[in-house]
Design a protein around this ligand. Structure first.
Ligand SMILES: [Zn+2]
Length: 258
């Protein structure tokens, strides 16, 4: 099987049981350290419920992501520009960011938009940065998906738990019971992809940034580390969009589709 990141031949490393019944092979690439399942024929079944009932961390994760994203945007980006939450699920993160004044829009091929109706991404909009939380581990062809994302924006902020080496048969992040996690990365894999697209890659804990900006690793790390403090410090300047968004939705011409 060919690696979906670097196209080199990869080797079968273990088997797992997905959705409690499918015996599935996992392949590891020694060149870029990407781990992937065999071609995922079970995805229709896995995505019957795009957001799994077992995802009890959904609210806390979105709240944490808001604090860290707001701090990164305030420090390194033009906060008045438009941002896209890619594969944004129910739209919770978009709503949370709009609540503190950031012009976020939503996109998702699989999930219904519940909280950010009328704030969908329209093709061709200029996007300062894409956020992609809990996305890359779902991708069968990560490099192609990143290519699509980079057509929309030059920069991507994302979360990804890093695959521990040496590879173990069991790691909670494989989450075989849901069948949705099919692609796993080390920092080497992420570096490889960043370089392939001519980007810099910074990471701290599970937060990663692919960027063209002149940012230093230390600066990125300090902002993520101190994000709670920065968030509170900047909070006085946040101009919530709650009221103006309500006006906008009342007058939204596309409301039937939202
Ligand atoms: Zn590879």
């Amino acid at each position: 099987m060919k690696c979906q990141v670097c196209k080199k031949e990869c080797e079968e490393i273990f088997e797992g049981i997905i959705l409690g019944k499918y015996k599935v092979k996992y392949y590891f690439c020694k060149n870029c350290e990407h781990l992937q399942t065999e071609s995922p024929y079970w995805l229709d079944e896995a995505y019957k419920e795009p957001i799994a009932a077992e995802d009890t961390g959904i609210i806390q994760r979105n709240l944490n992501n808001r604090v860290i994203t707001a701090s990164i945007l305030s420090c390194f980006y033009d906060s008045d520009r438009k941002f896209l939450d890619y594969a944004g699920g129910w739209g919770l993160f978009v709503r949370l960011m709009r609540d503190i004044g950031f012009d976020f829009v939503w996109e998702d091929k699989f999930s219904q938009n519940l909280f950010a109706r009328c704030f969908e991404y329209t093709s061709g909009s200029k996007i300062e940065l894409i956020t992609a939380f809990e996305v890359l581990e779902h991708l069968e062809k990560p490099k192609e998906e990143l290519e699509n994302m980079f057509k929309i924006s030059s920069d991507i902020l994302f979360t990804q738990d890093i695959l521990p080496l040496p590879i173990k048969r069991s790691w909670w992040y494989y989450a075989p019971q849901s069948g949705q996690h099919i692609s796993f990365y080390t920092n080497k894999t992420l570096d490889y992809m960043a370089e392939a697209f001519g980007k810099k890659h910074f990471s701290y804990r599970e937060y990663h940034l692919f960027t063209e900006k002149e940012i230093e690793q230390n600066a990125f790390e300090e902002v993520v580390k101190n994000s709670a403090h920065l968030y509170l410090q900047n909070a006085v300047d946040y101009k919530s969009k709650i009221a103006s968004d309500m006006e906008y939705v009342i007058n939204c011409k596309n409301k039937v589709n939202c």
